[in-house]
Write a protein that binds this ligand. Structure first.
Ligand code: NAD
Length: 336
């Protein structure tokens, strides 16, 4: 199949090319994001391969459909950025990579917790400047602390396993209870109870209409004062302005983010010689108790290999008419 691959970096090209050796799809790599303005690049391509910050709104889908695209192959698990109703209407199939390395994301969430707690980022800079003072680096034992997990699917369960290893008490909130978590001794409670009783809250649920801004001015009032909030899931789960207020008042004591509501115009690019126009983001990065990474939780060798192999296999399934286990059904529509 002839595939227009958007939002590609050197590493995407390398892993996808390796995975494509036997299937021999015609992959054409574009650095640019897929948006309404760049959709013309997909002209004449049966398939478009997209990543998380590509825009698959109705307008873009109509444009690519009119130029012959019949398949959207996502290189991601999340599909909140795709208008599935419009895709179905236009006869475009959408496939994704439901799991590639839940461990990669769970481990990154733990990395954010350790960094915020023991302040490795500050210690690293101090020692390089021969400043060996410990003032301001005081942390707390994870052992015995309570961790609240919101969403106990593939990533949430890996995260629970790791935090159990640290000796934490585990609470969880999910619409379904995961038997693996129950077996591990995780206690399921309602969201307000989880927020009230957790020293650390980590978000691992998808972004849907229901979960959009689940952390907002109201729910922040339930937080244990000074608690830590970690989000490696999707930026839209958090009302960022409300979180800034909560950081200023001390309602939350630490914030670790790998995702951000308006990350589309920032993440994955080197903007180091530009003035960032997003004042909310600018405010966030100036708190001493905030650590932000640019959507890198998935970014391990293992995960990239799995993403590339599953993406090529999904495209081959559709190209050869084989049933594809990773097709997204219209009833799964969760675009927000
Ligand atoms: P999953 O589908 O296995 O698990 C999601 C869990 O969330 C399920 O148990 C589901 O019941 C629960 N859930 C759904 N709606 C909920 C709600 N409103 N409140 C509480 N729980 C709810 O998904 P996963 O593989 O564990 O991935 C979780 C999320 O992580 C993805 O949706 C994606 O947004 C994000 N993710 C981020 C990265 C990254 O690099 N930062 C990488 C992969 C995935």
């Amino acid at each position: 199949m002839k595939v227009a691959v958007f939002s590609t970096k050197t590493y995407d090209r390398q892993f996808l090319t390796d995975a494509n050796t036997e299937s021999n799809h015609e992959l054409v790599f574009f650095e640019s994001r897929l948006t309404h303005d760049t959709a013309a690049l997909a002209s004449g391509f049966e398939a478009v391969c997209a990543f998380i910050n590509d825009e698959l709104h109705a307008e873009t889908l109509r444009k690519i459909a009119s130029k012959g695209t019949k398949l959207v192959a996502l290189r991601s698990a999340g599909f909140n950025h795709v208008d599935l109703h419009t895709a179905t209407e236009l006869g475009i199939k959408v496939v994704r990579v439901p799991a590639y390395s839940p461990q990669a994301v769970a481990e990154h969430a733990v990395g954010l917790i350790l960094t915020l707690n023991r302040k490795y980022h500050r210690a690293f800079n101090r020692v390089r400047e021969s400043n060996f003072s410990l003032n301001g680096l005081l942390g707390f034992d994870l052992y015995g602390s309570t961790v609240g997990i919101v969403g106990t699917g593939k990533i949430g369960v890996c995260f629970a396993q790791i935090m159990k290893g640290f000796g934490c008490n585990l609470l969880a909130y999910d619409i379904y209870q995961n038997p693996l978590c129950v077996e591990m001794g995780v206690k399921y409670v309602e969201l307000p109870e989880l927020l009230r009783n957790s020293d650390i809250v980590s978000l691992h649920c998808p972004l849907t209409k229901e979960s959009h801004h689940m952390i907002n001015t109201e729910s922040l009032k339930d937080f244990n004062p000074g608690a830590m909030l970690i989000n490696t899931s999707r930026g839209g789960l958090i009302d960022t302005k409300a979180v800034i207020d909560a950081l200023k008042s001390g309602r939350i004591g630490y914030l670790g983010l790998d995702v951000y509501e308006l990350e589309g115009s920032l993440f994955f690019e080197d903007l180091s010689d530009q003035v960032i126009q997003d004042d909310i983001f600018g405010r966030l990065i100036n708190f001493p108790n905030v650590v932000i990474t640019g959507h890198q939780a998935f970014f391990t060798r293992n995960a990239l290999q799995n993403i590339a192999q599953a993406t090529i296999s999904n495209i081959t399934d559709i190209a050869t008419g084989r049933p594809c286990p990773n097709i997204i059904l219209p009833e799964q529509a969760i675009a927000v």
